[in-house]
Design a protein around this ligand. Structure first.
Ligand code: SF4
Ligand code: SF4
Length: 145
């Protein structure tokens, strides 16, 4: 993500973002919301379910990883129109770090595509380079786990 002159990434001045809670990143096309064991434990506790019961109701295994399940229309199982994410305070890192995922930061064009999708990435307060990179690092770990 460094530029050719080594003066930092193209987003060195930070990036604007303010989530409008439109829900586009929680709904729509099929996808994966990866969850770690710790995240599943926290969600199970929030929902007052045992760990096995939580995973039975809300999680699918994909290879050696775990993802939240989706509704039949592919919305995240925890998305409710009208109220939004029903587990917001305990949402997984993948959700917390959107839209500052490494793939979105690869180039201005990649960020432009993210902005087309996510209205929150088209304005709002400037998120500093340090914070953007911290989020991207957390997201990268979440995708690798
Ligand atoms: S698509 Fe963007 S603005 Fe909409 S809920 Fe997701 S992060 Fe927020
Ligand atoms: S857990 Fe919440 S923030 Fe994450 S995709 Fe589902 S509804 Fe969206």
């Amino acid at each position: 993500m460094e530029d050719v002159e080594g003066s930092g990434p193209w987003y060195a001045a930070g990036l604007q973002f303010a989530c409008s809670r439109c829900g586009k990143c929680c709904t729509g096309a099929p996808g994966f919301v990866w969850v770690t064991v710790e995240e599943m434990e926290r969600l199970a506790e929030r929902l007052r379910l045992s760990f096995p019961e939580f995973t039975r109701q809300y999680v699918r295994q994909v290879g050696d990883r775990y993802s939240l399940i989706e509704k039949p229309n592919y919305d995240c199982i925890f998305w409710e129109s009208g109220s939004g994410c029903t587990v917001y305070e305990d949402r997984p890192v993948q959700c917390r770090t959107w839209p500052f995922w490494p793939a979105h930061l690869e180039s201005p064009a990649a960020w432009g595509r993210t902005q087309e999708f996510c209205p929150g990435a088209r304005g709002g307060p400037v998120i500093s380079l340090e914070e953007v990179e911290a989020q991207a690092r957390r997201a990268a770990i979440a995708f690798e786990e």
